[in-house]
Write a protein that binds this ligand. Structure first.
Ligand SMILES: [Zn+2]
Length: 79
């Protein structure tokens, strides 16, 4: 079980999107090395986590959050 950085909901990892920090930039991907952070598949959760600095907190480093990440939530993709 993993915890959403936005709403705090706990869910199986497969239900969540995973992010990690790569050279100070937040990137999505299950196979990105290092510490991961998760959100529900909901843009609201992503926005909330970003606004509150939860990604940086969980990853224990400052991260730049690019607008392209929002597309992960609006394209309706699976997996
Ligand atoms: Zn959530």
């Amino acid at each position: 079980m993993r915890r959403c950085a936005g709403c705090g909901r706990r869910a199986p990892q497969r239900e969540l999107l995973r992010f990690a920090a790569r050279e100070g930039v937040l990137v999505a991907g299950r196979n990105e090395p290092g510490r991961g952070t998760y959100t529900c598949r909901s843009l609201a959760c992503f926005e909330r986590a970003a606004e509150r600095g939860q990604f940086a907190r969980v990853l224990r480093q400052p991260v730049r959050i690019g607008p392209e990440l929002r597309r992960l939530y609006t394209d309706g993709g699976h997996g």
